[in-house]
Design a protein around this ligand. Structure first.
Ligand code: SF4
Length: 348
């Protein structure tokens, strides 16, 4: 029996019944510009009877991606402006991104690095490039945290991952190594004993940030993969992108946050979608995002509250953009509760 493989071409998607044959030409045009990949796990989650399926919307290409608006940009969060050596982004004083790999097991249709990831993207760091990246980190004692992202770093083989971790082990001022990944959800079997051993290789504190956007992604297999990571001693946090037609509903978003907490994953960032090319159909106004996020307040546990953030275009870093519950100044404030009722502080 042949093992199921990932779907990576427009024609594969027609054969799998995920796009209508009449859309083939336009989806081929999308595929010429942006990478496509759906793992067997993701394909199994798609409800083909639902034309609005929130899993399909995240991974199945759409002709709407051919439309790039004037405010969209190939490098929407300004990685290039802060890249001192290949594979490193040094935007904030105490931490760097280490982009060791530029491929992913799936290609999200809203990806903020869609011009850099994929088989046609920036590739994997060659050994000398990785050495240069590690030398940059070694030479800057202010770097406390290294964030492996990309690309999805957990597509690396345990052998290559272990080599990177051994390189980081030799840098005493790096205390924290963080991974940004979708693998536990989209390819949960990769989280096995050899992967966990590789993650332990640095001897550093390792955090895993899981990217998931809809509660249906948190299958039993995904939860089990996360449990293997947490049981191995890696604290987990979440990353979610607020997406039109996927999770732009307080009930769906709240259910997702509860799934995270039940899986011992602390909700961390809720990202406003970046101005990546061909992603306008996923974006909403910030005011609408604020209303959705505010609706979580009080209605679900404080453990389940993510921080709503925007990466300011141009590489200016993240800003917290949730609605403030407090107005006023000079020691006289009005504070709104989770029902929207206003209260003076201090009370009159
Ligand atoms: S996993 Fe991350 S880097 Fe890869 S396509 Fe999705 S959003 Fe982009």
């Amino acid at each position: 029996m042949t093992a199921a493989r990932s779907l990576k071409a427009a024609d594969d998607l027609v054969s799998a019944g995920l796009i209508e044959p009449e859309k083939l030409a336009s989806i081929r045009a999308v595929a010429d510009r942006y990478a496509i990949a759906l793992t067997p796990t993701v394909v199994s989650l798609i409800d083909r009877m639902d034309r609005q399926d929130p899993i399909a919307r995240q991974f199945v290409p759409d002709p709407a991606e051919l439309l790039t608006t004037p405010d969209e940009h190939a490098d929407p969060i300004g990685d290039q402006a802060h890249s001192p050596v290949k594979g490193v982004v040094h935007r904030y004083p105490d931490r760097v991104l280490l982009k060791a790999v530029h491929i992913c097991p799936v290609y999200c249709r809203f990806c903020f690095r869609r011009e850099m990831v994929g088989p046609q993207g920036d590739g994997t760091l060659a050994p000398d490039e990785l050495s240069a990246a590690l030398a940059y980190i070694r030479g800057r004692p202010e770097i406390w945290e290294v964030i492996l992202t990309g690309g999805d770093p957990l597509v690396l083989s345990p052998r290559r991952l272990a080599a990177i971790m051994r390189g980081l082990a030799e840098i005493p001022h790096v205390k924290i190594v963080r991974f940004h990944t979708r693998v536990p959800v989209v390819e949960p079997d990769r989280i096995d004993a050899s992967m966990i051993a590789a993650l332990k290789e640095s001897g550093k504190v390792v955090y895993i940030a899981l990217h998931a956007n809809h509660p249906r992604e948190m299958t039993d297999a995904a939860r089990a993969a996360c449990a293997r990571l947490v049981d191995a001693g890696f604290p987990m946090v979440s990353q979610t992108v607020l997406l039109r037609g996927v999770n732009d509903d307080p009930t769906v978003l709240g259910d997702l946050m509860k799934c995270f907490v039940e899986t011992r994953i602390k909700p961390y960032y809720l990202h406003h979608p970046d101005l990546a090319p061909g992603t306008g159909h996923f974006r909403m106004d910030i005011a609408e995002g604020q209303r959705i996020v505010s609706a979580l307040r009080g209605n679900i546990s404080g453990l389940c509250q993510p921080t709503y953030v925007l990466d300011i275009p141009g590489g200016h870093g993240k800003a917290v953009i949730g609605e403030s519950a407090v107005r006023g100044d000079g020691g006289c404030y009005s504070v709104s509760d989770f029902r929207g009722e206003e209260h003076a502080y201090p009370p009159k």
